[in-house]
Design a protein around this ligand. Structure first.
Ligand code: GSH
Length: 224
């Protein structure tokens, strides 16, 4: 049985959970919220050298970083694979996993800090100028790029891969915060996000995180 330290709500923790579900691997989630002081367990510094979630424990083996964890699960349980066999598709899946980190850093994380962490955890006001800058200046280029990359059911190849798992996880949190993709401006991206969210593994992960979402008063209406 794998142990995943993190919260299902987190973009990166969800990547590992969706991968474990897809591969039908048994796992349990131990909730850790690094932004809440004293929340992580006493041995957190050794479990997570960065202090970030997720961390995975498999027997006496521990591993931090969502991509490393997903690739470990891929080796441990190769089917179904989260990496395409075609060489170029394989490389593009890794590219989109890396690009998902850019989306997180420049769009989802700043919005999360301003709309969730500051008002609810740090008890400090949101900075509207940060939010406006993300929405008006930063995100259009990212959304247009992603829209331009979607031509089939999945981002790469013809099955759910690490690319979809990583990119969509960002937009789940984005939408939980109440933001929506403008389907008129980004029609392929809007349809794609809906499609991936209802694939079996994603739907199960999102169902399992329902209690966290309700508890935090987040907006789940995009899944209705
Ligand atoms: N590259 C890391 C990034 C992990 C990451 O940024 N995790 C966020 C949650 S999604 C976190 O732990 N944030 C807490 C903090 O910033 O203190 C990974 O893929 O696991």
């Amino acid at each position: 049985m794998l142990t995943i330290y993190g919260v299902p709500l987190s973009v990166h923790t969800r990547k590992t959970i969706v991968t474990a579900i897809l591969k039908k691997m048994d796992y349990t989630v131990k909730p850790v919220i690094p932004v809440i002081p004293d929340n992580p367990p006493p041995n957190w510094a050794s479990l997570s050298p960065t202090g970030l979630i997720p961390v995975m424990e498999d027997g006496d083996f521990t591993l931090a970083d969502s991509s490393a964890i997903c690739l470990y699960l891929e080796r441990k349980q190769p089917r179904p694979s989260i990496l395409p066999s075609d060489t170029r598709d394989y490389a593009r899946a890794l590219w989109f996993d890396a690009y998902a980190g850019t989306i997180f850093r420049h769009v989802v994380h700043p919005l999360f800090v301003q709309t969730i962490v500051n008002p609810n955890i740090r008890q400090s006001p949101s900075d509207k100028s940060v939010i406006d800058n993300v929405l008006d200046a930063v995100q259009p280029k990212i959304l247009a790029y992603l829209d331009s990359q979607i031509s089939g059911l999945f981002l790469v190849g013809n099955a759910l891969t690490l690319a979809d798992i990583a990119i969509v996880s960002n937009f789940i949190v984005y939408q939980y915060m109440g933001y929506r993709i403008d389907a008129a401006a980004y029609p392929r991206l809007a349809t794609y996000l809906k499609r991936i969210a209802v694939t079996d593994a994603y739907a199960k992960a999102l169902e399992d995180e329902k209690p966290f979402v309700a508890n935090m008063g987040l907006d789940r209406s995009f899944l209705d």
